[in-house]
Design a protein around this ligand. Structure first.
Ligand code: WQD
Length: 339
């Protein structure tokens, strides 16, 4: 069965391609390589001994996209990762985000609704909850006004898909609201490849430990939490990848009760920044050079998932813990450094 993975050479996309191949699916990847490289295709092939079909394609190119779907009418499902995802960049350049995350999704759906099989998994985010009031955060928590254009594109993306499912009887969709994906494939063949200075905590930690960065800045320790630093739900990227396969199979097997469903994908465990640093130091046996600085605008105090819906309805539960994810992230960083 053929599955299309857009943005399949990205961090979560590449790990999901491996998980799909592991389950015997034929995968076709489209990626515009704006935030990835063909080396990732090599890594995927080294792991699964099977190279996915790949087409360099930008979803904003309506004509090429239409030609692609004419060639691939036998696609049984789509997992849609291709999008821009840097919160800070989205504030500086909102139109790039609205074009790349919204217009492109619209073009993808316009083609999908003409296929014989119409199933899509949408990459959403806990960002849609903003600063939650109740913890852990469940799927029916209020959707807050987005704190960035990036977060807004995730909220709008979910609404576009909801409306399209309502209008097109055949289209079935699941949105997965990720918490904080970290780590790498245990083979260290693929992992997170931040372009330039990492915005996210864990790649900055591993680059500091390897000596690529001078010092980690901890953005504030005056939050109303036990140790004053923000709390997040850090989920191993392989657990997240496997959640995509389970969600896709729910659509392919027509087990989904509604045409549109939403699931949180997290571990349900909240960890503070200082706890992540401590866990990394014990996993890597490296002392991390960090300092406390001012808060980063836009950060929420805490975000960690209520996972019972994914556990009970989707039949998926995270299997790996924070230490394993940090260890795999460190092995990946060391592999990059050797190269
Ligand atoms: C985590 C914590 C920072 C860097 C990210 C993505 C967002 C979404 C969810 C996909 C925060 C602190 C960070 C640093 C630090 N992903 N930190 N020093 O902001 O929760 O959101 O995951 O949809 O797109 O941005 O993750 O890793 O940036 O920050 O102290 O150098 O680490 O303040 O408390 P975040 P993050």
């Amino acid at each position: 069965m053929k599955i299309l993975v857009t943005g399949g050479l990205g961090f979560i996309g590449s790990h999901t391609v491996v998980a799909l191949q592991h389950k015997g699916y034929d995968v076709v990847v489209i990626d515009n390589l704006s935030n990835s490289s063909l080396k990732v295709l090599e890594g995927i092939t080294n792991i699964s001994s099977k190279s996915p079909d790949f087409e360099k394609l930008d979803l904003r190119d309506k004509l090429s996209l239409k030609e692609f779907f004419v060639k691939h009418q036998d696609i049984a499902g789509v997992i849609h990762f291709a999008a821009s995802k840097a919160v800070g960049e989205s504030v500086k350049n909102p139109l790039l985000y609205y074009e790349n995350n919204i217009a492109a999704l619209t073009y993808l759906l316009q083609n999908l609704v003409n296929l014989p099989k119409q199933n899509i998994i949408f990459s959403s985010s806990c960002t849609v909850y903003g600063e939650a009031e109740r913890f852990p955060i469940s799927e029916d928590a209020p959707i807050k006004k987005a704190m960035s254009p990036y977060g807004n594109t995730k909220q709008i993306g979910e609404e576009i898909i909801t409306d399209t499912c309502k209008a097109n009887g055949k289209l079935k969709a699941i949105s997965l609201r990720y918490f904080n994906p970290i780590g790498a494939h245990p083979s260290a063949e693929i992992g997170e490849l931040p372009m330039g200075t990492p915005q996210n905590l864990v790649p900055f930690i591993t680059q500091t430990a390897i000596g690529k960065r001078e010092q980690l800045s901890v953005f504030g320790n005056d939050y109303p939490t036990a140790d004053g630093t923000c709390i997040r739900d850090y989920i191993h990227v392989m657990d997240l990848a496997e959640a995509h396969v389970v969600a896709l199979e729910r659509l392919l097997s027509s087990k989904a009760e509604d045409s549109y469903e939403v699931f949180n994908v997290g571990t349900g465990v909240g960890s503070s920044v200082l706890e992540v640093i401590e866990a990394f130091e014990s996993a890597s046996e490296e002392n991390l050079n960090y300092k406390i600085v001012d808060r980063r605008p836009g950060d929420v105090i805490a975000a960690y998932a209520e996972t019972s819906k994914a556990n009970d309805v989707l039949g998926w539960k995270a299997k790996r813990n924070l230490e394993q994810a940090l260890n795999d992230a460190w092995e990946w960083e060391k592999r990059q450094h050797k190269l």
